[in-house]
Write a protein of this length. Structure first.
Length: 478
């Protein structure tokens, strides 16, 4: 009998995991406040740790944990009600929420599927080319679909399954290695890369720009994309080929895929009016996010709201579509609460206190040696986390502070950690929201998943921290 069956009062919660999270939080709360630190900061840390442990242990859905934590912070007097809800007014949060709504247009109009089948039609004659077609689809969709789970799980994964079945490659038949395993594993690994390449490529990315902004480090949509483009494109070119060598498909020639793509495109018919409108609005958005932001004509959040408004006015999206977009409203809740806690931990002095403690430990270490060490520890600590948001919320600010304390260039440190916050999803079958979807399909066994993830993690670090640092030097980031 599970804990949720013990008492109907706790239906909907994993009570054992919730009790464990509470015990950890209470344990921290009961520890005497360290000298030189505001007691409220220590109390907020206890509530913050309770929240992160609850999220990792899946005691409650992330949004529900956020509500419980916000309530605890209020009733204990750690934060006032006004302080607890101020996160809902943050522009960066509404950027990501608006992007969720805009992303719905790709699925509703069928434009996302059309783009995917076009790439497959052009590149799908060989299995390696087919994998690149899926990867480039993800790349095109990443700037405007902020949920890597929605992109990978909602658009790419169904196409992979359709292709695998058409080639007779399924786990049920024991033929998954014919081509299905290769396509699935490659697409998942590259989804982590596309999530890193754009500020709007992964839901928790703006959280890091907000944290960095509080430390005086400004990261715009255009700067994020520009700094990521070279290492990102190299990773997207290398990973499919590497997967092809390390985890090769049995089928090498895939002319059938191009025929299937043409068949699907014929079923879809000519591009609809709403697809044309969606493409026009997306191009306008990208222009506003890059050129507009660079010229300081319009900020990223206002640009996203302009795009969303145009979609509502044109009828591409309806208000019913907006109301039914559960992921957006869920993100609004947990994102707002985590931003408040992260911000107030800084305001109450915890981050500066932690930085001073860590500075003592790293005194005398040159930043050139400390920088890669900090990044690598941050990257591989993801084995302990089920998802990006919990990891970022609990560790990004602390690691960024330590990097700044040893003298690392602020923008270099902030961007390197931010990019790793998507890339480290490559490691495990629980590393991000799309991982359970891909792994749960049964195409790749656990050992192969972890082994390939480990190898690709080394390649990604070499590309992003090695080659990337050279590119960032050229851009004047450090």
């Amino acid at each position: 009998m599970t804990s949720t069956q013990v008492n109907p009062i706790f239906k909907g919660a994993n009570f054992r995991e919730l009790a464990f999270a509470a015990a950890v939080g209470i344990g921290i709360w009961m520890i005497p406040t360290p000298e030189g630190l505001d007691p409220l900061a220590w109390q907020l840390l206890a509530i913050f740790v309770f929240t992160i442990v609850g999220i990792v242990a899946k005691a409650l859905p992330m949004g529900a944990m956020a509500i419980v934590s916000m309530t605890l912070a209020t009733i204990t007097g750690t934060l006032s009600l006004r302080e607890a809800i101020v996160g809902f007014s943050q522009p960066i949060i509404w950027l990501i929420v608006a992007a969720f709504f805009i992303a719905r247009s790709f699925i509703k109009t069928g434009l996302g599927m059309r783009i995917a089948y076009r790439f497959i039609e052009v590149l799908g004659r060989k299995s390696l080319g087919l994998s690149y077609g899926l990867v480039f689809t993800d790349l095109v969709l990443a700037p405007v679909i902020p949920s890597n789970t929605a992109r990978a799980g909602g658009i790419i994964f169904p196409i992979i399954e359709s292709l695998a079945v058409s080639f007779g490659s399924t786990p049920e038949k024991g033929t998954q290695r014919r081509i299905g395993s290769f396509l699935l594993k490659t697409s998942y690994q590259c989804n982590a890369v596309t999530s890193a390449m754009f500020l709007t490529g992964m839901a928790a990315n703006p959280l890091m720009t907000d944290i960095a902004g509080d430390m005086g480090i400004e990261i715009t949509w255009g700067l994020w994309a520009l700094a990521a483009c070279v290492p990102g494109l190299i990773s997207l070119l290398v990973i499919p080929y590497l997967s092809y060598k390390l985890y090769p498909p049995e089928i090498k020639e895939t002319d059938h895929a191009t025929a299937l793509a043409r068949e699907k495109l014929a079923e879809m018919g000519p591009i609809s009016k709403h697809e044309w409108i969606t493409m026009g609005i997306i191009l306008l958005l990208i222009f506003m996010w890059t050129v507009g932001a660079f010229l300081k004509i319009i900020d990223s959040t206002t640009a996203a709201l302009v795009g969303l408004s145009l979609m509502l006015i044109s009828g591409v999206l309806t208000w019913e579509d907006i109301k039914s977009e559960k992921s957006a409203w869920d993100t609004l809740i947990w994102f707002s609460v985590l931003v408040v806690m992260a911000t107030d931990l800084k305001e109450l002095g915890f981050i500066s206190w932690f930085t001073e403690v860590m500075k003592v430990q790293v005194t005398g270490i040159e930043w050139g040696f400390a920088f890669p060490l900090i990044v690598i520890i941050y990257f591989y600590s993801h084995y302990l986390f089920a998802g990006n948001a919990a990891h970022i919320s609990s560790m990004y600010a602390a690691f960024l502070s330590v990097g700044l304390a040893v003298g690392a260039p602020p923008l270099l440190m902030a961007l390197a950690l931010a990019y790793c916050s998507s890339l480290f999803a490559c490691l495990t079958h629980y590393g991000t929201g799309s991982a359970p979807i891909f792994f749960g399909a049964g195409y790749v066994d656990l050992w192969s998943w972890w082994k390939l993830g480990g190898i690709i993690s080394v390649v990604n670090i070499a590309i992003w921290i090695g080659v990337g640092s050279v590119w960032w030097k050229f851009l004047g980031i450090w």
